[in-house]
Design a protein around this ligand. Structure first.
Ligand SMILES: [Zn+2]
Length: 166
């Protein structure tokens, strides 16, 4: 989306991590807590997990991911599919509370590359939008300024995680 991301802190740590990824499906690796896979799991139960995108489009970019590896929505049971969207509903509420986000983009890229998604494993992206999203840097330099580090944001979201439990 943007060519570069400018972080207030911790930037180099994440740039380095980008080149280290275990083989296999990223989300399956996260779900089974693979030690080689960098991850920020906000919440997880037997069916679903809510994770931070560690290369976010914006502060607080989260993903709701079914634990089982499916590519297509119809591979989930109706109950699982409904649960996924219920967790999306709660995740939006969490982001409103934790980050005061006033607006959101919520969506699916189904079927991989052709749909603009880099990971086949079904997931719902939740990207908070803020009033100052399109600032000077984005327009002039192809650079997105991230005002909070991943770790700071994660800590902040963790405080409100009870919202996800309904
Ligand atoms: Zn998977």
């Amino acid at each position: 989306m943007y060519k570069n991301y400018l972080w207030a802190t911790n930037r180099m740590k994440y740039v380095k991590k980008k080149h280290k990824q275990a083989p296999g499906c990223l989300f399956c690796n996260i779900a089974k807590d693979d030690p080689e896979t960098p991850k920020k799991v906000l919440w997880k139960d037997k069916d679903m997990m809510v994770i931070m995108n560690i290369f976010p489009y914006n502060v607080g970019h989260l993903e709701v991911v079914p634990i089982k590896h499916v590519v297509w929505p119809e591979e989930l049971t109706v109950q699982e599919y409904q649960k996924m969207w219920e967790i999306v509903r709660r995740t939006v509420l969490l982001l409103k509370k934790a980050l005061n986000a006033p607006a959101f983009n919520v969506g699916l890229n189904i079927g991989g590359d052709l749909a603009g998604g880099s990971i086949l494993h079904l997931h719902v992206q939740i990207v908070p939008r803020y009033v100052r999203d399109s600032g000077f840097m984005e327009v002039t330099a192809g650079t997105k300024v991230m005002p909070q580090s991943i770790d700071e944001t994660f800590k902040n979201l963790k405080k409100h995680v009870s919202v996800l439990k309904g």
